[in-house]
Every structure is written in structure tokens, then in C-alpha cells.
Design a protein around this ligand. Structure first.
Ligand SMILES: C[S@@+](CC[C@H](N)C(=O)[O-])C[C@H]1O[C@@H](n2cnc3c(N)ncnc32)[C@H](O)[C@@H]1O
Length: 158
């Protein structure tokens, strides 16, 4: 039983790398910087691509922001659902692949991915209908000039 559970957990965390960045949570300092750079107003909407354990969704909701997270790993979907329990009216977590989903209109996007996916993210961002800002932790969009940068967090305007 224990072994079966362990195999399931390992599969959930490892299979994700076929579709995107592996799980590595944003540090508290960078999370705050990214949300500050995005500077969304209460009532505005943030999308987080790969919402992990829900810490960013929770911090956004505490600022009065509507936060939509896409997450592929079902264990992290459950964990983030629990972490954001107090903010059910503000936080929506979607179990699925963010590349294949049609994103809702949003005022900001939060990403902590990997170099390999930044070009694809740029293409997806260009498909957004609304004027949107992107805060990317650690990784830059190749060939696109950021409008702000602080401590390894890059802000882009689309
Ligand atoms: C580097 S972690 C960042 C987690 C969180 N955004 C944070 O900053 O704390 C990337 C997350 O994206 C998820 N992920 C990777 N590829 C994905 C995909 N194609 N669709 C949905 N989630 C994905 C992983 O499971 C992981 O939780």
C-alpha cells in the first residue's frame, strides 16, 4: 500500500516535466516582488501558470485579487485547494495543462517556469485579448524588453 502510494506521488511529480517546469516553489521575497511589480488592483484578475502549492494564489487573494491557477499535478491541486480554503470566493484552481487551455481575460500573469518554455509562454501571452502584464520569476522572455526588473523578477507588458 505504502509502496503504491509512493509510486503515485513520484509519478505525479515526475510526469509533469513532459509538459512543463518541475515543481519548485517561488521564494517568499520573489513572490512579494512579483506581486508588487504587477501592481494589480483589488478586483482585477491574475492567472498563474503552474500554480504549485497555492502560495502565490493565496498571497494574491489576500490583496483582493481574483486568482486563477492552472496546475497539472493533482497532488498540488489538492494542496493548493487546501492552502486557499479561506479564499474560495477569490481563488479558482484548474487541474490541467496551461498550454492547452484557453485562458480567461486577465490583468496579470505570474510565471515561474524554465528557460525552455519562455518562447512558448511569449507566444501564448501574445494571444491574450486584453492588455496584460507578465511577471516572470528568474527567467526572461527571449528577445523581449522588460519594462521593470527587480531581484530576478522580470515584468513585461503585452
Ligand atoms: C517551478 S514550479 C512553480 C510553482 C508556483 N508557480 C510557484 O511559483 O511557487 C512550476 C509548476 O508548474 C506546474 N506545471 C508544469 N507544467 C505544467 C503544465 N503544462 N500545465 C500545468 N501546470 C504545469 C508544475 O507541476 C509546478 O507546480
Amino acid at each position: 500500500m505504502f509502496l503504491a502510494l509512493l509510486v503515485i506521488v513520484i509519478l505525479c511529480f515526475s510526469l509533469v516535466i513532459l509538459f512543463g517546469a518541475p515543481y519548485l516553489p517561488t521564494l517568499k521575497k520573489q513572490k512579494t516582488i512579483a506581486l508588487d511589480l504587477l501592481a494589480l488592483e483589488p478586483g482585477q484578475t491574475l492567472i498563474e501558470v503552474g500554480s504549485g502549492d497555492g502560495r502565490v494564489l493565496k498571497a494574491a487573494a489576500e490583496r483582493g485579487i481574483y486568482a486563477v491557477g492552472y496546475e497539472l499535478n493533482p497532488i498540488l491541486v489538492l494542496a493548493s485547494w487546501l492552502v486557499t480554503l479561506k479564499h474560495r470566493d477569490k481563488v479558482k484552481i484548474i487541474w490541467g495543462n496551461y498550454w492547452s487551455k484557453k485562458w480567461p481575460d486577465a490583468d496579470g500573469v505570474y510565471a515561474f517556469l524554465h528557460t525552455d518554455y519562455m518562447k512558448k509562454l511569449d507566444k501564448k501571452m501574445r494571444e491574450t485579448r486584453k492588455k496584460t502584464k507578465l511577471a516572470s520569476v528568474t527567467f526572461k522572455i527571449p528577445g523581449k524588453k522588460n519594462i521593470k526588473e527587480k531581484d530576478g523578477v522580470f515584468l513585461y507588458q503585452y
